[in-house]
Design a protein around this ligand. Sequence first.
Ligand code: KIV
Ligand code: ZN
Length: 563
Amino acid sequence: MSFDHRKYVAFPPVRKRNRLWPDQVIQKAPTWCAVDLRDGNQALVKPMSVAQKQRLFDLLVKLGFKEIEIGFPAASQPDFEFCRKLIDENRIPGDVTIQVLTQARAELIARTFEALKGASRAVVHVYNSTSTVQREQVFGLDREGIRRIAVSGAEIVRDFAAGYPDTDWTFQYSPESFTGTELDFAVEVIDAVNDVWRPDCGQKVIINLPATVEMSTPNVFADQVEWVCDHIRYREHVSVSVHTHNDRGCAVAAAELAVMAGADRVEGTLMGNGERTGNMDLVTMAMNLYSQGVDPCLDLSGMAEITDVVEACTEIPTHPRHPYAGELVFTAFSGSHQDAIRKCLAQCDEGQAWNVAYLPINPSDVGRRYDEVVRINSQSGKGGVAYVLERDYGISLPRWLQIEFSKLVQKEAERNGGELDSDTIHGLFESCYLQVPEPWRLTSYDLHRDDQGVRAEVRIGGADEVLAGRGLGAVEAVVVAISERFGISVMVETYDEFALGKGTAANALACIRVTADGQASSAAALAEDTASATIQALLSAVARLAPARELPNEAVVGGVALA
Ligand code: KIV
Ligand code: ZN
């Protein structure tokens, strides 16, 4: 029995009174640090080339990131070269700070400073592992041994930095595997590092709390962060950062709650690329803020470019359901969703707060079009089908025809097994309703109103067949004409006429449903005027009964004048 939950132990909650974070609301964006070029890169099957790194770096700059971890130059020659390239070729914008990672070891720190020589500003990020499992099983060290590694790393960083006074240095320390570290010990190590760096004396310091492995629910991580913020010395002089991974699928939530718990800064990657299940996704967290009316201080309006560049550099495709960025995330296939979206969009006024069912943001904010919102498959209902016809062809259907036509669309989608594009849906509408069965094409009509109602004369077909009838209104007069001519009793169940907007060749659409001796038939017609559209729709609907009722088509073609 390998699938046995009893071998796992629940993560212990933080015994904490007076937690404040649950009542906090995020009102401003944290400082972002993109670690795609370091943590993200370390997780790739094929690490990025220098050219790919440059492309991703340029994108991060364009999006507005001011802090970018560009690599681990002491551990990787391409990372070293990329760092040198950025500095030597003056490719770092004045408002952007590069960050590099190093272990807390003298020779690696020395090489790190070599990589950074000549930089006008940089963050040196030093880390060592502090968790119980790493102490006991990986390093075979006690707390004191681990604390000494951190302190020695901090001292070496401080001393090297002093040798490069022209660079504006920020020091960053990460107790790696923080989530598996006893909180009192994490604080002890952080305090010891800060005692070396003395942020209270002007040295800029970032204390980064990594969920190297996500081990608990996000609320427990928030407790851990709040606990550290409450207990470390020099709190007001340091920037507290979080760096969450996504092992439980909650990296974004954990970072959000951590910001509520006091974190000033968040590290992550675009689209969440990173070790195992990934790093915290910067796109999702920033867009979450945006959707709450908070300026994310990043420009993510060109989502297609973001996914293109990330895909090209990581060689990882974007999941179609990826929040805010996936191909399908602004798409509704389900009928009731389509209906709701269509209604909300119709009422959505510019300048008003966004309030559209099923769409947390306006897709156009991230370069997506409304057109993509409603797509049709066998799950779609009348609303979606109607929306597509209206959106792409200016054809608005009455409700009864939406219901009727959507059943045909559903059948077709089931037959074809997938999605139906707008052309196919229009083609289906054309063949089922709009196409005029020859020779029932209206050639001309005359309507004369007098005190007894309307007399209609309708010419159809290539020849001069004229149908004539009298009724209270035009429709009734034509019905009488058809009924008398062909000896059937036609009844109009319902009909609707619409004036069409600009952009279509026709000016009017008519939709009609008739019955004749228990048989029902519907048709629609587009024409220059509403009377032509209605008469044609009526003729087409009757003609569609022809196969069943064996209407005398030939007789009509024969062109006998009946007037
Ligand atoms: O996940 C992690 O712990 C890291 C550290 C080096 C910050 O990437
Ligand atoms: Zn990491």
